[in-house]
Ligand binder design. Structure first.
Ligand SMILES: [Zn+2]
Length: 381
């Protein structure tokens, strides 16, 4: 996941669920409620969209514990799925949705783009629902799951009872039935997540590679590639040359980048290397499919510009707060020309409710969070 204040996102990654969540997270979750309240709204967790021949994007619908998107590559006799969401029941729901609407071919390969909880914690479902599937990741990602997976989940679960108490207070202070329902749903989803994840042990990948692994299927080739550090130390992409599609996890997606575990000085260069693949469509870990290479350049440009400015500020002895005050969204050239609006709209456009945060506030909040994360990541080796 993605873009948020450090406090907001890390609280979800590491600790406290929705408590202290950023405006973006709140906006995204409120969209869930709006959809859930629409008459006849389907209960599927994903919207599956055909991207090219034999390639599909499963776009995650909003949830209190965010699910990542999945990319689905249909091979001659089986399927390769990229990423496994935040919990086994979400991955199981995707497998059921695929069987119902897309293909009865078995999932044979599961690729984990990187180690984060919202991309890996569902992996266990494949042991049950596709027992012959091989789970594949970079060598670094396997190490990061074994190092951080269990501890981060544990820390996040320990913070949730306090979150629920807070939501209950907010629910009883609610000023409208909508607001009450919103907190009610948040409480229900948080309780369900706690119940499901209690005692969960991270599933370890079966197969790892350092730089390249090519699957030579009868239907097409699938190139799994690690091209350098970026969002984490181990991000891989999956590229299909015949379909001209690349699945990028959180190395590139349609929200603001999430940088707390990242390498902001190396990330833009890694993305430029990924751009050497001849693709026309990007299935990122969050937000909509991108149908050109344009967003890659904008996303990389934003990280590069922000990193340069944070570095300059930090070198000159400015505090984090001073840097956050001096780098406004309007002062960032990389957000001009429509990119800032695009990302802001990605987060809030799906909800027609009046109560939502405005895109401008969401953007400002995300930039402040990114600045804090870069400030902390600059000296990471
Ligand atoms: Zn991530």
């Amino acid at each position: 996941m993605h873009s948020h204040t450090r406090r907001g996102f890390l609280s979800q990654t590491l600790g406290a669920g929705f408590l202290g969540a950023s405006l973006m997270e709140q906006a995204f979750f409120r969209a869930t409620l709006a959809r859930a309240q629409a008459p006849g709204a389907p209960t599927d967790l994903f919207d599956i969209r055909k991207v090219a021949d034999s390639v599909y994007a499963a776009l995650a619908r909003p949830a209190a514990f965010v699910n990542c998107n999945a990319a689905i590559f249909e091979n001659a006799n089986d399927l390769l799925v990229v990423d496994t969401h935040s919990k086994p029941s979400a991955a199981a729901a995707l497998v059921a949705q695929i069987r119902r609407n897309l293909s009865t071919k078995p999932v044979r390969y599961v690729v984990e783009s990187h180690f984060h909880w919202d991309h890996t914690q569902g992996a266990h479902a494949y042991r049950e629902h596709a027992p012959n599937a091989q789970i594949i990741s970079s060598t670094a990602t396997r190490r990061l799951i074994s190092e951080f997976g269990a501890a981060r989940l544990q820390a996040s679960l320990e913070g949730l009872p306090a979150s629920i108490d807070k939501y209950e207070q907010q629910m009883s202070a609610a000023k409208s039935p909508e607001e009450k329902a919103y907190f009610g749903k948040l409480i229900a989803e948080t309780r369900a997540y706690m119940k499901e994840m209690r005692g969960y042990q991270p599933e370890m990948p079966d197969m790892t590679f350092d730089e390249d692994l090519v699957l030579h299927d009868k239907a097409h080739e699938l190139h799994m590639a690690f091209r350098g550090r970026g969002h984490t130390a181990g991000d891989v992409v999956v590229f299909c040359p015949e379909a001209k599609v690349v699945a990028t996890g959180d190395l590139l997606h349609s929200w603001f980048p999430f940088i707390a575990d990242g390498y902001p000085r190396e990330w833009p260069r890694t993305l430029q290397t990924v751009a050497d693949f001849d693709f026309a469509h990007v299935i990122g870990g969050h937000g909509d499919v991108q149908d050109s290479k344009e967003r890659l350049g904008q996303f990389a440009g934003y990280i590069e510009e922000l990193t340069e400015r944070v570095e300059t500020g930090k070198r000159s002895g400015q505090t984090l707060e001073q840097i956050q005050a001096s780098i406004t969204p309007a002062s960032l050239k990389s957000l001009a020309g429509g990119y800032g609006e695009f990302v802001g709209d990605q987060i809030v456009h799906s909800d027609g409710q009046q109560t939502l945060a405005k895109p401008a506030d969401v953007i400002a909040d995300a930039v402040r969070g990114n600045i804090a994360d870069i400030y902390g990541a600059l000296d990471r080796t």
